[in-house]
Write a protein that binds this ligand. Sequence first.
Ligand SMILES: Nc1ncnc2c1ncn2[C@@H]1O[C@H](COP(=O)(O)OP(=O)(O)OP(=O)(O)O)[C@@H](O)[C@H]1O
Length: 322
Amino acid sequence: MSSEAAVKSAIPAELSGMVRSVKLVDGVATIVADASGLGRSAATQLQGELEQAVGAVEGVNEVRVALMADKVSRKIIAVGSGKGGVGKSTLTTNIAVALANQGMKVGVVDADIYGPSQPLLLGTANEKVRAEDKVLIPTQSEFGVKVLSMGQLIEQGKAIAWRGPMVGQALAQLMEADWGDTELLIVDLPPGTGDVQLTMLQKFKPDGAVIVSTPQDLALIDATRAIDLFRQAQVPVVGLVENMAGYLCPECGAVSNPFGQGGTEAAAQAMGVPFMGRVPLAIEIRVASDTGQPPAANDTQHGPYFAGIAAQLGEFLGTVKG
Ligand SMILES: Nc1ncnc2c1ncn2[C@@H]1O[C@H](COP(=O)(O)OP(=O)(O)OP(=O)(O)O)[C@@H](O)[C@H]1O
C-alpha cells in the first residue's frame, strides 16, 4: 500500500465522509476536511481525531489538518429606542422567538449595558456562560434562540462606570462569539444614542434597525433621534413598532390609551419609515415575559402581534444581500 493510501485507510470510517483530500509529501500529511455545520468544539475534536489517527501511520512525521469553515452569511439587526422602558427588550425576544418558530437560526445579543434582561426573558438566567479559547459560547434557550448578554460580562450595578473602549471590547466579545450556524443576530441596544450604538455602527454595522416606541409624544421625539443616528450611518431603518398601544381592561372590556393613540404610525409616516405594527399594553405580556415564557413562543393571545412584526422583518431580510 502506498503511504498516501495508508493515511486514507487510517482515517476512521465515521470521519472519512468529511475528508475532502489527503496528501503525503516528505512525511507531511495534509488533510482537508469539511467542518461546516460543526460548532467550534466539534470542529476542534474532529481536528484532534484526524491528527491522532493519521499521526500514527508509519512514514508520517507531521499532520496538518485544514478545516473548511462554515460559510455563514450572518445578518445583523439592531433593535433600538430613543427612551428606556418602552419595551425594546420584550420586542427583541419575541421577534427572535417568532423568527425561530419559522425555522430561522436566530441569536440574540443583549447589548443593553444598563438593563440587560435577555437571559431573564429567554429563561436562561440560571445558565453560566462558557468560553473556549477565550471565545464565548452562546447559551441555547428552550425556544430555539441562542443568547449572550452584557449582563454576563459585567458585575451587576457596575454598568454606569463603563465607557468607550470597555464597551467596545465587551460588545466585540458578544458579537464575535461562537455563533456557529446562526443566520441572524438581533441586537438589543441600550436606549438612546451612546457608546454602544457608536461602537456597533463602527465595528458591526447592522443590516437594518428596528425602532420601538410608545405612542407618547416624548418617546416619539426620542425615537426620531434614534432613527436619525441610523440614517446618518446609512443603516436602513426597517421600521417603527408601537408598543404599549391600547389597553384592554380585563374587567370591563373597555379599551383605553394610557400613552396616546396612533402617534407612532403618524410619526413613521412623517419620517418616511415603514410602520411595522403595534403591540397592546397587556398584563399577560409582562407576566409571561417576567417568567421567561415569551408570548411569541406559545399559542397565546398576544403571540400573533409579534409574529406579524417578525414576518415583516423576515421580508426585509429577504431583500438584504448575504
Ligand atoms: N406590551 C406590553 N404590555 C405590558 N407590559 C409590557 C409590554 N411591553 C413591555 N412591557 C413591560 O414593560 C417593562 C419594560 O419593558 P422592556 O424591558 O422590554 O423595555 P426596554 O425598552 O427594553 O427597557 P430598558 O430601557 O430597561 O432596556 C417590562 O416589565 C416589560 O415586561
